[in-house]
Write a protein that binds this ligand. Structure first.
Ligand code: FAD
Length: 380
């Protein structure tokens, strides 16, 4: 039977990043993907690297997100050179808009905590916004947080770049190979897919919203909550704004290729793939209120994806048996942003390093989840 240092299950962005980081350390890696690389959530994403725009309170999640974001300046040129895939990484900054007095008050609190945490962030008044982004004409906007360090990529391209870079460094990838079961063996695991089994010292479960369907000798398996998202893209005749605009009910991401990605709906517990007509209507309506000039754009396409959510919204990262069975799933709305940190952290931890004990506790698959918050007590 063929034997590997690590078998990664799932060729989404987090499986591919983990395979890349392990291959970079010279480990023998096999990645198994039941469809094709990036065929699920990782190709549906808007590609925002929104550490500041998405996370509004201090703690391990905010720190992990900004550490992951900080990796892209060095990581992207490396991946582009190994893989020959351009990922359209730009740091165009993000505006988080407030439309009511409550939203303004809340964003001013976020401003204070992020400034205290040492992040670049400022408050733009309505007049500032008119100068910075005249295309943003929504009269209800009272002001916005401006976060210049939050950037973006093309998510399907970044996923491909991790995968091809991993192969460049010696990893093997098998597409159209569904894993059914994981069996514990002395010194490692047997991973059983279609017509064959392979052995590995370590196994990483990175199956996105389908991770909890894996079977076998798996000590605990936290439930994954699928959250379907519809999203679309249009091509304006000319550029109407340069920053990503993040409003309470819609976001507009001006891509490097001249299109604008408009997202995204949230349909918890749905795994349907079709795009709802109502979603397209609602997203476009909200977008046109923010930037009326977009109404003259050419419609490009609409698509959907299934976000893998955990019970408390934080990813599951770490060992689930204190041996060689690992989980990298549950990245919910931020799996593109978190992919760099996820792959780096898992590869280093699998290779025996202690990276950050606070993150280990916060993201452990064993953490106990309550409405009041997260504790590091065992599940059972
Ligand atoms: C509409 C939308 C917009 C989003 N926008 C953003 C954004 O702007 N920024 C951001 O950071 N995040 C965003 N996200 C979230 C992000 O897309 C996800 O968090 C991320 O892609 C999850 O990656 P993953 O690798 O964990 O899972 P996935 O990409 O779902 O990959 C899991 C892979 O595992 C495979 N698999 C599952 N089971 C098996 C098995 N048994 N055997 C073999 N293979 C298996 C699947 O086929 C799949 O390819 C968005 C998501 C959606 C839906």
């Amino acid at each position: 039977m063929t034997s590997y240092h690590t078998v990664v299950i799932g060729g989404g962005i987090n499986g591919c990043s983990t395979a890349f980081h392990l291959a970079e350390k010279g480990k023998r890696v096999l990645l198994l993907e039941r469809n094709t690389i990036g065929s699920e959530a990782s190709s549906a994403a808007a590609g925002m690297l929104g550490a500041q725009v998405e996370i509004n309170s201090k703690g391990a999640f905010f720190d992990f997100a900004r550490a992951s974001r900080a990796m892209y300046d060095e990581l992207v040129p490396k991946l582009e050179s190994y893989s020959n895939v351009q990922v359209d990484y730009i740091k165009n900054g993000m505006l988080k808009t407030a439309h009511t007095d409550e939203e303004t008050a809340r964003l001013l609190e976020v401003l204070a905590f992020q400034q205290k945490a040492g992040e670049k962030v400022s408050w733009l008044t309505r007049e500032d916004l008119q100068k910075k982004e005249p295309g943003l004409e929504d009269e209800t906007v009272q002001g916005a947080l401006y976060m210049p360090e939050d950037g973006q990529v093309m998510a399907p391209y970044l996923t491909q770049a991790y995968a091809r870079s991993a192969v460049h460094l010696g990893a093997e990838i098998m597409e159209h190979t569904s894993v059914f079961s994981i069996k514990k063996k002395p010194g490692g695991y047997e991973v059983i897919s279609g017509g064959r089994a392979v052995e590995a010292e370590h196994v990483v479960m990175a199956g996105g919203a389908w991770t909890d369907l894996l079977e076998g000798d798996i000590a605990i398996m936290p439930e994954m909550i699928p959250v379907k998202g519809d999203i679309l893209s249009i091509r304006p005749k000319k550029q109407l704004f340069t920053s990503t605009i993040h409003a309470p009910d819609v976001y507009l991401v001006p891509k490097k290729n001249g299109t604008v990605t408009i997202g995204a709906t949230e349909h918890p517990a749905s795994m349907e793939k079709q795009v709802y007509a109502g979603s397209v209507h609602d997203l476009l309506k909200s977008a046109f209120v923010l930037v009326p000039g977009l109404a003259g754009a050419e419609f490009n396409q609409a698509w959907s994806g299934i976000r893998p959510q955990s019970a408390d919204g934080l990813p599951y990262l770490g060992s689930i048996d204190n041996q060689g069975l690992w989980m990298a799933a549950g990245h919910y709305r931020n799996g593109i942003l978190l992919s760099a940190g996820t792959g780096d952290w898992l590869a280093r931890t699998i290779c025996g390093e202690t990276v950050n004990q606070e993150w280990e506790r916060a993201f452990s698959p064993y953490r106990k989840q309550t409405k009041e918050g997260v504790s590091s007590e065992a599940y059972h």
